[in-house]
Design a protein around this ligand. Structure first.
Ligand code: NAI
Ligand code: 13P
Length: 336
């Protein structure tokens, strides 16, 4: 059994700490606020994020990074994507060569367009960052409902080691070398989920949702392939799998935020009401910048940006998508 630590006590970090503890690992859960750590220790329940789910007594809960990081074999980074760089920088003094860092946040840094694992390796030189992603809402993982994910790592041995760490009878883990494809799929599906939720909020139907999922995947894959990711990753758990769950699930924060915007709320009102991290709002700009950089068309992500930041109404955005130039349905727009 391993010594593991989960950095970030939101819904995902808390659910993963329960999974890892249930797998028999010596598990620490770190919160950036002592007040929250104290409440979790006292009540053994994350009342705002996972109500009704009991945290096992064996999970050690702390707000000390030193205690959370020293001597650990695996460190799971589960803070919101916008906090990853700062958190990794704070972790750096306590990390020793050989410790594995597994990023589970979903995002891409605006302007630098850095993936989160590259960002971790920039902030913690000589570290080995890996990724775990897939269709996995915390609400279901914390209740042991069957879930599948994929671990991405540079070396197969590392991926296999992590597969063993996370795998349980209710949590099946695949492995892949395509970290870029995994991270792009995870970050950009949240932008498409905002669009899918908006369509629901506008009262559109299942046809619209299916169109957004299918054409959303086409544009994410088009970008990913241009950047050097493997095409098959986008058919996988971190690609179409995660896109389906986030566009359809009652648990999805991004879909919910989109729904509220479709009903007429502003972006800020929707984020406040969801009260959990809505990563698509942060990844939308990065998606647009990547599309420009790699010269690929990403019309849905473009329209989400216009609605979020430029005052276009959701109904106008959908209409703009419907009356675009006529297209051929192939990845690269070619007939053959
Ligand atoms: N909730 C889920 O089902 C899943 C979430 N994820 C990803 O995991 C990441 C975390 O998401 P959730 O746990 O859902 O978020 P959440 O909204 O449930 O909680 C976020 C947590 O981060 C903490 N936090 C905020 N700012 C921080 C900072 N500067 N430093 C350290 N901690 C800070 C907050 O106190 C809060 O406990 C996101 O990137 C999300 O996309 C991935 C898969 C599933
Ligand atoms: O990435 C996630 C689930 O895989 C969490 O994001 P959503 O809650 O928006 O779906």
């Amino acid at each position: 059994m391993a010594k593991v630590s989960v950095i970030g006590a939101g819904s995902w970090g808390t659910a993963l700490s329960m999974l890892l503890c249930g797998n028999g690992h010596d598990t620490v859960l770190w919160s950036h606020r002592e007040e929250q750590a104290e409440e979790l220790r006292r009540t053994r329940e994350h009342k705002t994020k996972l109500p009704g789910v009991r945290l096992p007594e064996e999970i050690c809960i702390t707000s000390s990074l030193k205690e959370a990081l020293e001597g650990k074999d695996v460190i799971v980074l589960a803070v919101p994507s916008v906090a990853v760089r700062a958190t990794a920088r704070k972790m750096n003094p306590f990390i020793r060569y050989g410790q594995l860092i597994v990023n589970v946040a979903k995002g891409i840094e605006e302007h630098t367009l850095t993936t989160l694992t590259d960002m971790i390796e920039e902030e913690i030189p000589n570290s080995q960052a890996c990724v775990l992603s897939g269709p996995s809402h915390a609400e279901e993982v914390s209740r042991n409902l069957p879930t599948t994910c994929v671990v991405g790592a540079k070396r197969k041995e590392t991926a296999e080691y992590l597969q063993n760490i996370f795998m349980s009878p209710a949590f099946r883990v695949y492995i892949s070398p395509d970290m870029l494809g995994i991270e792009l799929g995870g970050a950009l599906k949240n932008v498409i989920a905002l669009a899918a939720g908006t369509a629901d909020g506008l009262g559109y139907g299942d046809n619209t949702k299916a169109a957004l999922i299918t054409r959303g995947m086409a544009e994410i894959a088009r970008l990913g392939i241009a950047m050097g990711a493997r095409p098959d990753t986008f058919y996988g758990l971190s690609g179409i799998g995660d896109l389906i769950v986030t566009c359809a699930s009652v648990h999805s924060r991004n879909r919910k935020a989109g729904f509220l915007m479709g009903q007429g709320r502003s972006m800020e009102e929707a984020m406040d009401e969801v009260n959990m991290v809505v990563e698509g709002v942060f990844s939308a700009k990065a998606g647009r910048e990547l599309a420009e950089k790699y010269k690929v068309e990403m019309p849905i992500i473009e329209q989400v940006n216009r609605v979020l930041f430029e005052g276009r109404t959701p109904a106008e955005a959908v209409s703009d998508l419907m009356v675009r130039d006529k297209k051929i349905e192939s990845w690269d727009g070619s007939w053959k």
